[in-house]
Design a binder for this molecule. Structure first.
Ligand SMILES: CC(=O)CC(=O)SCCNC(=O)CCNC(=O)[C@H](O)C(C)(C)COP(=O)(O)OP(=O)(O)OC[C@H]1O[C@@H](n2cnc3c(N)ncnc32)[C@H](O)[C@@H]1OP(=O)(O)O
Ligand SMILES: NC(=O)C1=CN([C@@H]2O[C@H](COP(=O)(O)OP(=O)(O)OC[C@H]3O[C@@H](n4cnc5c(N)ncnc54)[C@H](OP(=O)(O)O)[C@@H]3O)[C@@H](O)[C@H]2O)C=CC1
Length: 293
């Protein structure tokens, strides 16, 4: 038997935090969305509102359900507002030092029995757990992007995660109407171990001049039936996140086949992070995305 979850805290009001807050509230959980910046929280709540309105328009939700879901989400830039959470899902930037600082600031505030989960794409759950006061109640709950649409959630135990925590996380994810897959605590787990080297290879294909952005994305959309081309998908995930995942694979598995493409490094150094910064392999600042190479 897992512990009962009613109140969910979400840390980081970026694209993933927004989606996790949305699907949790739509399934009846009370959600506290925490971020450092009140502006970021305001923008996130507007995004959730827009997404729910789209679901009403497409007949997937009634207007009353939309209102009920919205009423369950509050935003806060005060860490003390996480005190009533039964489950906290950290979805902040993919950077171990950022996540460690967050755990140091929230652990003293959380209920002793609260479960702390991370949405990390790649980092060691066991190592992150060791930066908390509750390794037995810590694990990976890895949602896919866009959260409201993607059916899969990877569950990852650290070495110390106890069964009650795992069962509670499994029950919670099942109530969100998502499908679970269990991955062991290896760099980037299952989905990203396979997906990110493919995206990195697409960037090498561009870097070496095998094809243009348009040629590569068209090839994989029409030639392999992928819903998005790999460069479009990289921009969608965020190039900073893609680079962090490749670095974790490269460092963690010590194999040169995971070397991040220098062009990916360059784009991140330029601040061209994809859709979220307005420019990546495509430029999103005009009416339609325009390839940047
Ligand atoms: C990095 C990691 O750690 C792990 C990861 O997440 S890796 C990334 C995994 N994700 C993918 O691979 C996504 C690949 N892309 C796709 O599956 C599709 O392109 C897509 C689902 C994103 C969009 O599909 P599409 O058919 O082109 O778009 P569209 O018809 O506009 O949208 C389909 C539905 O998704 C919804 N949707 C699309 N983008 C959305 C978003 N960003 N947020 C919320 N909902 C979204 C739309 O509202 C629409 O819903 P309705 O049917 O209710 O109208
Ligand atoms: N993008 C994707 O496709 C997926 C990402 N993930 C993982 O989810 C997590 C979030 O990714 P994503 O949503 O894309 O990233 P975003 O960059 O969209 O959002 C990250 C959010 O975290 C905030 N943040 C940074 N530091 C702190 C802090 N100390 N306290 C509170 N909030 C903070 C950022 O604020 P600010 O911008 O002000 O720094 C930003 O709002 C990462 O671990 C990522 O690997 C998992 C699955 C898919």
């Amino acid at each position: 038997m897992g512990s009962e979850i009613k109140n969910v805290g979400v840390i980081g009001a970026g694209q993933m935090g927004c989606g996790i807050a949305q699907v949790s509230a739509a399934s009846g959980y009370r959600v506290q969305l925490y971020d450092l910046s009140p502006e970021r929280i305001e923008a996130a709540l507007a995004t959730v509102n827009g997404n729910l309105a789209r679901q009403v328009a497409s007949g997937k939700m009634t207007e009353d359900e939309r209102k009920a879901a919205l009423a369950l989400i509050s935003g806060s830039a005060d860490v003390n507002d996480l005190a009533s959470a039964d489950l906290v899902i950290e979805a902040a930037t993919e950077d171990e030092s950022v996540k460690r600082k967050i755990y140091a600031s929230i652990c003293p505030v959380l209920k002793p029995e609260a479960i702390l989960a991370t949405n990390t794409s790649s980092l060691s759950i066991t190592r992150l757990a060791s930066a908390t006061d509750r390794p037995e109640r810590f694990m990976g709950i890895h949602f896919m992007n866009p959260v409201p649409v993607m059916k899969l959630v990877e569950l990852v135990r650290g070495i110390a995660t106890d069964e009650k925590t795992f069962t509670s996380a499994k029950d919670f994810v099942t109530k969100l109407d998502k499908t679970i897959t269990v991955a062991e605590d290896f760099p980037a787990f299952i989905v990203n171990r396979i997906l990110l080297p493919m995206i990195n290879e697409a960037i090498y294909t561009l870097y070496e001049g095998v094809g243009s952005v348009d040629a590569i994305d068209t090839a994989m959309k029409l030639g392999a039936n992928h819903p998005m081309g790999p460069l479009q998908l990289a921009d969608f995930i965020g190039l900073d996140t893609c680079l962090s995942i490749m670095q974790v694979l490269h460092d963690g598995l010590a194999d040169s086949k995971y070397r991040p493409c220098p062009l990916l490094v360059k784009y991140v150094e330029a601040g061209w992070l994809g859709r979220k910064s307005g420019r990546g392999f495509y430029d999103y600042r005009g009416p339609v995305p325009v390839p940047t190479r």
